[in-house]
Write a protein that binds this ligand. Structure first.
Ligand code: PEP
Ligand code: MG
Length: 868
């Protein structure tokens, strides 16, 4: 199973279904365990069940009977050889083959062994099979002149590439699986032939066929490809061979090249060498200079030996010993069970993110530990007993811990040493779930320094204390990801998309981070350090003036008032906004309040938070946006079906309409506060008028419910209701939408993401998507014209509003409210004071016609120098 898991990778679930639950008689098969294992491995594509002879067959057949009608049709019992079949099936499943193909690959699993034990160059089992299947192609379509450059050990032949296999164990299961996976990525027919033994050729997209070649160290292998992507497929195979087929092996010649004498390598994890003074470049997301030691953020109790990962030394999280009494008054098994599920989901998120981090550091073997942890979290053998105990009146924590302890005890008694060792995994994952149940859910950074993370998630940022975290660097992620937005709100200098090398920097290494330039300098020299400090101290004169005037209204040269409000996601943000002098809250991201909670906040809990925020703003308006969860903002306690493209899935208002119970509770809480404070309501991720109509019906339902309960609510029409313009369909349909709402607020982060089809969390494509591009500006123009024609106001609450270069353009398009993170309020107000509405309108008209974001920025700069 371990070998099959290795070749399958994390996307294919492989679950052991054998054995009996009786310590004294562990040998045998239990149909109920087979049913649970099928459930644990379940995917819509189906499940393949492999078994040996004897009771296994009977139990598997009984299990099939026990499965529901719908699932039964997607489970195949397969007589393939257990070990070879599992490995061949794992590779086929990894490549996305349908269930029947996975089964036939498993059935062919023995052909490699048969071929090796009864070799015959003229007619090997593999060659015979491949000829039967017609998979062998005529060669000759691939011209050597277009082929990849041969490297040492490889030669280019007339119609393909010859490789010399240097791997000590030859092309055994794992390297062969990688080869099969690699060629599977291309639109090409690739064949493999063992020139040394004369076996083959065989299709390279079948593990069992590749195995028939019996490739050993020193063998020469001929790879041929034909089809549209033949050249790319061959190049990929050559690259894979040059990388030792991804196997941890003795250093290859390129790795052992001597380093220049003036560089002291700091880290070599994952083959990455970092020299002092090296500068990593990404995207600046929160301005400011920070210097300090690297602090790797580590999810609580990941259960992995830090020794194995030199760059990932853990910073211990502090664990306060809270008691397990979260349900308050009265015991409700359903509430307890929901708490346990929420803790399990939160742990699964932690594990998945830790896995990503470890993989990025090149430790793919260690990353597989996390796959096992994820499977344990779904294991019915743990969950079933826990559920029964909760039903019998035990708390979530008590039930979980005793279920884990019982299983650990059983595993310890097993004779199999490997299984005994897995107790460590079980206890580790058990402790993580327990920590969530106790409320010790976030990794804390205790030592001052610059936090280094793989990706900045909202949950992680929520745990940052600006007094301890002086800067944040992320290896991955885009500049408008929600983590980046949150860290900017905290005023902590930050850069994202710095590359995976960042993760190899050893704990404690001195770093110098520039949050404006988006760079991190590793182990800077005193002069590099000195000049950065000077840069940080040298602020243009305007900055101080802007700060002094931050609480004053922002009025353009020709007398137009522009509201400069703040974006907030918590009571603390609201306090920052009020302190800095924001004109109100232009976007309250309520989902962060929900993400901060252990369970779905009740109407009363929500009311208390909204009321506190409104009181903090003391009469200034607060735009409350309804829950915008989904995509990178999951609610751990709200279980939802997985989505292949969550940014295009059930996000924002779509979820609210699918779960009107949640939206109604929120609307009721908002209306209660709106009776006493100037709240406005806003719906996120609107695409159509029909969605707005349904949402408005819910507002009216909430209002009349409260009214009939005798609760004071604002009259219809006295609380403004608006929508976000962040889906191109909403901008294009703004004329219709404007008739139904009081205002628009443009979410340029999502509007840019959807206009350019660029995931806002992905650094690799981030530079494509600049909100200053005329494609986005034209959509804003459409929305602004529609708003103004209908007598509505329009604001911008996406990150573009905080870009001083964008301010005159947005004012020129008709925008009259800008909502930005609290630290940007002063600078944006100052930019408004330097603008003149008439010349802004001329500027806006000009830039809409330009071809690129760069041209727009250049035109804004020219305009500024012209108008002084
Ligand atoms: C936006 O998309 O621009 C926006 C303000 O909403 P969020 O960033 O929360 O998705
Ligand atoms: Mg948005």
């Amino acid at each position: 199973m371990e070998l099959a898991r290795q070749v399958a990778g994390p996307g294919v679930a492989i679950v052991a279904a054998g054995g009996l639950d009786q310590p004294d008689h562990p040998l045998g098969t239990d149909a109920a365990l087979v049913v649970r294992s099928v459930a644990a491995a379940w995917s819509e594509a189906g499940v393949l069940v492999l078994m040996d002879l004897g009771s296994a067959v009977l139990s598997a057949e009984t299990a099939l009977e026990l499965l529901g009608e719908e699932r039964r049709s997607r489970v195949l019992l397969c007589p393939a050889p257990l070990v070879e079949g599992a490995v061949a099936a794992a590779v086929a499943a990894r490549l996305g083959a349908p269930l029947e193909k996975v089964a036939s690959e498993a059935m062919a699993g023995l052909t490699g062994k048969q071929a090796q034990l009864s070799p015959g160059p003229e007619q090997t089992a593999g060659a015979a099979e491949s000829e039967r299947s017609g998979a062998l192609q005529e060669t000759g379509e691939f011209a050597s002149s277009e082929g990849p450059e041969p490297s040492p050990g490889e030669g280019s032949v007339a119609d393909g590439v010859e490789l010399s296999i240097t791997e000590p164990l030859g092309l055994h299961a794992r390297p062969a699986a990688r080869l099969v996976e690699t060629v599977g990525n291309f639109d090409a027919t690739v064949t493999l032939e063992n020139l040394t033994s004369g076996k083959g050729p065989v299709p390279a997209n079948s593990l069992s066929m590749v195995a028939t070649l019996g490739v050993r160290q020193g063998d020469r292998v001929l790879v041929r490809a034909s089809g549209p992507q033949a050249a790319q497929a061959l190049q990929a195979v050559v690259d894979l061979a040059a990388a030792g087929f991804g196997e941890p092996s003795a250093p290859r010649p390129t790795e052992s090249a001597p380093v220049a004498s003036d560089t002291r390598p700091l880290a070599t994890s994952a083959g990455l060498t970092i020299a002092p003074g090296e500068v990593l470049r990404g995207f600046g997301v929160s301005p400011g200079i920070a210097s300090g030691p690297a602090r790797h953020l580590q999810s609580a109790a990941a259960g992995l030996s830090r020794d194995a990962l030199p760059g990932l030394a853990a910073s211990q999280s502090s664990k306060s010993a809270l008691t397990d009494s979260p349900t308050g008054h009265g015991f409700d098994p359903e509430v307890e069970w929901a708490r346990l599920q929420a803790a399990i989901e939160s742990t699964a998120l932690d594990v998945a993110s830790e896995r990503k981090r470890v993989l990025a550091a090149g430790a793919s073997d260690e990353a597989q530990i996390f796959d096992a942890h994820l499977l344990l979290l779904r294991d019915e053998a743990l969950l079933g007993p826990a559920r029964s105990m909760v039903d019998q009146g035990r708390s979530a924590l008590d039930a979980w811990e005793s279920s884990v302890a019982t299983m650990a005890e059983r595993w310890r008694e097993l004779s199999d040493a490997y299984q005994r060792e897995r107790v460590h995994d079980l206890e580790s994952i058990g402790a993580q779930v327990s920590a969530h149940l106790r409320g010790e859910r976030r990794a804390a950074v205790l030592e001052p320094g610059i936090v280094v993370v793989a990706e900045l998630t909202p949950a992680e940022v929520a745990g940052f204390d600006p007094a301890v975290v002086s800067g944040v660097g992320a290896a991955f992620g885009g500049p408008t990801s929600h983590g980046a937005i949150l860290v900017r709100a905290l005023g902590i200098p930050a850069a994202v998309g710095l590359g995976e090398q960042l993760l190899s920097v050893p704990e404690g290494t001195p770093l110098l981070l520039d949050g404006s330039a988006g760079t991190v300098c590793i182990d800077p020299s005193p002069s590099e350090h000195g000049s950065a400090v000077e840069r940080a101290q040298h602020r243009p004169d305007g900055d101080d003036r802007a700060r002094r005037m931050a609480a004053e209204p922002a009025v353009t040269i020709d007398g137009t008032r522009i509201e400069v409000a703040a974006n907030a996601g918590s009571i603390e943000d609201a306090e920052r906004a009020a302190a800095i002098g924001a004109d109100g809250i232009g976007l309250l991201r309520t989902e962060f309040i929900f993400m901060d909670a252990e369970a779905m906040p009740t109407e009363a809990q929500q009311e208390a938070v909204y009321r506190r925020i409104a009181e903090t703003l003391a009469g200034r308006p607060v735009v409350v946006r309804t829950l915008d969860v989904g995509a990178d903002k999951p609610l751990p306690y709200l279980s939802r079906p997985p989505e292949a493209n969550p940014q295009l899935g059930q996000r924002g208002l779509r979820l609210g309409l699918a779960r009107p119970d949640l939206l109604l509770a929120q609307l009721r809480a908002v209306l209660r506060v709106a009776a006493d404070h100037p709240l406005k309501l806003m719906f996120p991720m609107v695409a159509t008028e029909a969605e707005v109509a349904s949402a408005m019906e819910l507002v009216e339902q909430a209002r009349s419910e409260l009214h009939s309960e005798g609760v004071a609510v604002p009259d219809k029409g006295s609380m403004q209701v608006g929508v976000m313009i962040e889906v191109p369909a909403a901008a294009l349909g703004a004329r219709t939408l404007a008739k139904s709402v009081d205002f628009f607020s443009v979410g340029t982060n999502d509007l840019t993401q959807y206009t350019f089809a660029v995931d806002r969390d992905l650094a690799s494509v981030a530079s494509l998507a600049d909100a200053m591009h005329p494609a986005v500006l034209r959509l804003i123009d459409l929305a602004a014209r529609a708003a103004l024609a209908a007598g509505r106001w329009i604001g911008v609450c996406g990150e573009l509003a905080a870009d001083p270069a964008a301010v005159p353009v947005l004012i020129g398009l008709g925008v009259r409210e800008l909502s930005v993170s609290p630290p940007s309020v002063a600078a944006v107000k100052q930019a408004v004071r330097e603008a003149d509405v008439t010349s802004c309108a001329e500027l806006a008209a000009r830039v809409l016609e330009l071809p690129s974001a760069a041209a727009v920025r250049a035109e804004v700069a020219r305009n500024r120098s012209r108008t002084g």
